[in-house]
Unconditional design. Structure first.
Length: 239
């Protein structure tokens, strides 16, 4: 396992935050991430307000008008907690939208002697995105049963986050590496390289999945992940 390469890739991704081109993509990625989360949060909050209304009657308290505000704030914190799970499919969606821009900015600085990468067509990129996203959602829905069993068992409860990180680390690592590699060596060779270094890619994906489960911190991870896997691809290809 090339842990040194993983750490070097992440370090280089962090060091490029000050680069104007990279920072622009990072801000766009954060903005889209927030927009996607709000797109889920807004209907949820609207439903709560519709159910509760501007006022409600509580036993011993009579009519109260602050309950909808309380539920609004409660739903906000609930959405922060839910972002632990929501950020995984969001990161999957963002990877295909911004990976090429991130990779270009990253390669221009660290791999400037390379020829231009192959342009992946919109239809092909969309197909890959929907395919990856579908697998991600189905796998996590099936894993909910495992999480439930673990959380209901005192001894196994601490292992539930580990299962979440390992599962999504494998899926995200597979997606990010495949997309980064396809730009340079095509789909078939990218798949072969990914299989050859499957464990290293899994570890890198897991190290990406862990901060994705931390609210607010997770906002910058999809773009940093794209840069990290771009460098990881070049490092593994050269080895």
């Amino acid at each position: 396992m090339a842990i040194d390469l993983i750490l070097a890739a992440f370090s280089k991704a962090l060091s490029q935050i000050g680069d104007r081109r990279f920072r622009r993509v990072l801000l766009l990625g954060v903005g889209l991430t927030v927009a996607l989360l709000l797109a889920i949060y807004a209907p949820f909050l609207g439903l709560l307000n519709w159910i509760v209304g501007p006022e409600a009657t509580l036993p011993f308290f009579g009519k109260v008008t602050w309950l909808d505000n309380l539920l609004g704030w409660g739903s906000f914190f609930a959405m922060l907690a839910a972002s632990t799970f929501l950020m995984v499919p969001v990161a999957s969606a963002i990877s295909s939208l911004f990976l090429d821009q991130v990779a270009l900015a990253f390669e221009d600085k660290h791999y400037f002697a390379l020829p231009s990468a192959t342009n992946i067509g919109l239809i092909e990129a969309l197909r890959d995105t929907l395919s990856f996203l579908g697998v991600l959602i189905v796998a996590n829905l099936l894993a909910l049963v495992v999480y439930g069993v673990f959380l209901l068992t005192a001894v196994l409860a601490p292992l539930a986050p580990l299962v979440f990180w390992l599962l999504n680390g494998y899926l995200l690592g597979r997606e990010y590496f495949q997309l980064a590699a396809m730009r340079r060596i095509g789909r078939k060779n990218a798949k072969a390289l990914r299989k050859r270094h499957a464990f290293t890619i899994w570890v890198a994906g897991t190290l990406m999945a862990i901060p994705l489960s931390i609210p607010l911190v997770s906002l910058i991870i999809p773009i940093l992940g794209a840069a990290t896997f771009t460098h990881l691809f070049h490092g593994l290809k050269n080895r």
